[in-house]
Design a protein around this ligand. Sequence first.
Ligand code: AHR
Length: 603
Amino acid sequence: ISLSVNPDGGNASSPLLYGFMFEDINHSGDGGIHGQLLQNNGFQGDSPNLTAYAAVGDVSLAVDFDNPLTSAITRSLRIDVPSNTTGQVGFSNEGYWGIPVDGTTYTSYFFMKGNYSGDITIKLVGTTSGVEYGKSTLKVTSGDKFSEFNTSFPTTRAPDGDVLYTLTFDGAQAAGDSLWFDLVMLYPTTYKNRYNGLKTQIVDALNGVKGSFLRFPGGNNLEGASPSNRWKWNETVGPLEDRPGRQGDWSYPNTDALGLDEYFYWCEDMGLEPVLGVWAGFSLDSGGGTPITGDALQPYIDDILNELEYILGDSSSQYGAWRVANIGRTEPWPLTMVEIGNEDNLGGGCASYPERFQRFHDAIKEEYPQLRIIASTSNSTCLPDPLPEGIWTDYHNYNTPENFYDEFNFFDNVDRSFPYFVGEYSRWEIDWPNMQGSVSEAIWMLGMERNSDVVKMAAYAPTLNLVNSTQWTPDLIAFNQDPTDGVFLTTSYYVQQLFSTNRGDTIKEVTSDSAFGPVFWCASSKGSTYYVKLANYGQDTQSLDVTVPGTTTATLTYVANDDPSAYNSDEQHPVSPVTKSLAGNGTFAFTLPAWAVAVLAAQ
Ligand code: AHR
């Protein structure tokens, strides 16, 4: 196959093209990228129980509904201490299927009440080994109201995630009494050392992709099973003890400690453009009273205007002042893009979306004309006619490899007046991304990249998966709680990384002696560097000559495997990027392996 890149001309490509979609699914947030390591610390969700806790010593534990910490955290942990107790007693928490102890300074916070004056000892200990990886003892005096305590302590790196958090006290001091604990938290040193921040190991994996944007907070998890269960922005800000959490849409309680401000810190710290999804009158359960239309929708529109004031307002505004009070930030968050709803083409949302979209759109644009509004579907039957100016539309594509192959040219002839945000896509219905699926995603991505005048942004989804709690597969990055080897980069991760870290700003014309398939390509340039992205969807190796006039050296980086079903997982890692240097005088000859995704970078 001979390809020749035309150095002249070309179309501008979207600078935002590759980025991330995030919602709390697969414990991607709680137990995942969020730094708080103890599970069930506020007994939130629909069925509070003692998940993750066990008694230490001869005491009994109960979830107490009569001794709330606050009006938001309405349950606490009661420890009944028998009258003849001696020695250290208390409770353990096993975290989210383990606790990663990475050798940094850890901080534990907890609320406590009950008559006690004495030492509290916190330890991080190997569950089976009994080895201690961190310990702190602090003196406390508590009474009949909850008081907050915290302690920071050094740790040594644990060999795996098989670690328990224990909090114990002197049983003799509390004998015959009860003590209450709530919102017990444990953080490692977080990414950029932020209070209530993110877990470095997972941020590092995301940073490896060099994405451009973050869409949050969903996805289905924005929508709720019913309106009262939706993601409510105002319950995810402020002190953690004022955040009630909610029963998330993916079968587990969300603490919402990763809340609205934390998402914006995440964007700021990783250099990502925020794409805020707002609830638009539609929940997942059609029996839950949605879609909401007519006059009944107005309070929800007002609520989103309040949310936007919280994000964008200054301290003279009611909600801007609340942001300043909560996090001390006087400047607004740099929000430019708002998506109205999620997948409103599905589940009975379509017929009412023209009305709902238009009303949210008009209300937001009136207050914030600078914001880019994104519709949650590109299905024109679910959208107002005519569509307001300046709209981008979200198109989701979970698909088979064969269909991704066939849809390479999907964007070639679409109406260019309403650009696309491909807010979610991936090869679907397998456990782990595999080589065939990842090559097919690359074909779809090549189709988007060469049309990136009209495809503005695209995100693989879902992004993260704690292997012990999987609600959706495949996912881009999997992880467990091993602090050293606990992040598993999939074949699709490497494809995202290859495409995102090798971005031009101009899409170049390519002429060829061959038709597309099984090899697909797209070329771009930035300054004097040319990128030729390639996918080989087939069992045969392919010989290529790529001519880029004026260049003399190139590197070829690829991921490949002869076996289309090859996959990286928590147990094996057969696929990693390979890089080769190529010499040539404007023409580079090389072999593309079977089932491969490659980037030739020539200068
Ligand atoms: O990515 C998983 C789910 O797929 C998202 O929550 C939803 O938007 C889509 O249906």
